[in-house]
Design a binder for this molecule. Structure first.
Ligand SMILES: NC(=O)c1ccc[n+]([C@@H]2O[C@H](COP(=O)([O-])OP(=O)(O)OC[C@H]3O[C@@H](n4cnc5c(N)ncnc54)[C@H](OP(=O)(O)O)[C@@H]3O)[C@@H](O)[C@H]2O)c1
Length: 313
């Protein structure tokens, strides 16, 4: 099968487009014929070797852990899928990825794709939307009427977080640069803060929830000053010490997203009901995977970057 993979860690030039064997499935797995995948920042972090010392991956490594496609083969212990069923998945990041024509995935990670989306749009959802969902409903608890600040409302995760927070009935404040304001407004924020023009600590206070979907600038630490006591501060990247958060009486967690089919089902419902829309920043054929990585590394994407997987050869 065609796939994009690395044989050594490093820059995007290490991404090779070539042939790899179609994976063999285990009894508890399904084989997905992948029509689209997506790029998340973790893809190029893994490519750069972020987990190299932990020996979690085997080279050559196919990157990309979002998949949308059709069930092409079903393991003997799997009962709830049909051949040809349209599915999507956030697949295990310690295994081979989905920049490929086929991927073997544990069946309990796979869900029916949202009915109202095509494969490209569906591939944009799993990892980023699951992160937003787990941040707002599991790491923290966002309730109707709560006030939430979302740092980086314009990226893949932020796009979903803003809309999920609105669907949960929250008052949403989002940050991004001026150039991203129309995009973030279109997601339905109640307030927008241009982080290049304004210090958010002078604009907001006494918030119920802060989601930090960006790194740097001591944003996590500074956010402690705008969360009210017993409120939530969830970071997706940078860490602060638990004792510092405790001294502010804030519920702080550094979230690591985990694949979860129930979450994908909940997210598909929000999408099919029209509460959450999926916006594609850019779409690349698998052959342009290096460009797709460059776009993600620019940290300027508005919405999601998707990768189309051809099946004509
Ligand atoms: N812990 C986890 O499990 C987990 C899971 C998923 C993602 N993440 C992390 O979460 C972060 C967001 O992921 P993503 O997929 O949403 O990234 P992304 O799509 O690459 O984010 C791009 C966006 O970042 C915005 N941005 C850049 N600097 C900013 C700043 N200082 N303040 C506010 N916005 C800023 C840009 O807006 P402007 O162009 O307007 O600046 C751009 O729209 C990444 O660091 C990723 O590694 C962690």
């Amino acid at each position: 099968m065609q796939a994009a993979y690395i044989e050594q860690y490093g820059k995007e030039d290490n991404l090779t487009l070539g042939r790899q064997p179609i994976p063999e499935i285990l009894d508890n797995q399904v084989l997905i014929k992948v029509h689209a995948s997506a790029v998340n920042p973790v893809d190029w972090m893994v490519r750069n070797g972020v987990f190299k010392e932990h020996n979690v991956h085997t080279l050559p490594l196919i990157l990309g852990w979002d998949a949308a496609g059709e069930i092409a083969q079903i393991g003997s212990a799997v009962t709830h899928f049909a051949l040809g069923q349209a599915v999507y998945a956030y697949t295990s990041i310690v295994k081979q990825g989905a920049y490929a024509q086929y991927i073997a995935v544990d069946a309990d990670l796979v869900a029916s794709k949202p009915r109202t989306l095509n494969f490209e749009q569906s591939a944009a959802v799993p990892l980023a939307a699951t992160t937003a969902w787990q941040a707002l409903t599991k790491a923290g608890e966002l309730n109707a009427g709560d006030k939430i600040l979302i740092h980086n409302a314009s990226g893949g995760v932020g796009m979903f977080a803003v809309q999920i927070a609105k669907a949960l009935g929250a008052y949403v404040i989002g940050t991004a640069s001026k150039a991203s304001e129309p995009f973030v407004q279109s997601l339905g924020v109640d307030e927008f803060i241009d982080y290049q023009q304004h210090d958010f600590t002078e604009k907001v206070s006494e918030l119920d929830f802060v989601l930090v979907a960006v790194g740097g600038d001591n944003i996590v630490e500074r956010s402690l000053n705008v969360v009210k006591k017993e409120g939530y501060l969830i970071s997706l990247l940078d860490k602060i010490s638990d004792s510092l958060a405790k001294s502010h009486q804030v519920n702080y967690h550094r979230l690591w997203v985990t694949p979860d089919r129930d979450d994908l089902n909940a997210i598909a419902k929000l999408i099919d009901s029209g509460d959450v829309k999926v916006i594609i920043d850019s779409s690349y054929p698998l052959s342009d995977i290096k460009l797709a990585h460059q776009r993600s590394q620019s940290k300027r994407a508005k919405g999601k970057i998707v990768v189309r997987i051809p099946h004509d050869k």
